[in-house]
Design a protein. Sequence first.
Length: 165
Amino acid sequence: MFQHSKLSLSTACGHALDCCVKRGAYMNHETSIQNSQSVLHLKQVFFDHLEFVRTGFPHASQQDVKVTVGTAINKQSDNQYQVSLSVHADRPGEFQSHVQISALCEIQDDDIRTETILKKNTVAILFPYVRSAFTLLTAQPGMEPVVLPALNINALIDELVQKES
């Protein structure tokens, strides 16, 4: 099974993750860690591709960075998958860049949620590595580093699935 999905978005209009923290409050509930363990296990995480190509220099009328996100799931064997996240970030006339990261995963549950778990959870785990890689790749002399926005991965994957239908 191989699936590939793509979605384009502007860094200016990225989906933000909402986070709420209550100060001074904590939960004092005892729970078994075994009941909380994930069925998803990442065995290995690695970068497949890191690329930065300067195509020009910054202009006074600097354009937004165009970001394209793609995912792929490749079944390796029973309950073993390779999940890839590919992100292109381009600023026309200045640079083109591409980062692809993959994870070798194992699912401990044969359930219909496997694809959803692989797409949403694995991509949510991998995306911060991609954000960091883009910032490092674009932190070059004479340019402003690209910092990709934090994304609501669930909403992003849901949008990708809708575009596939």
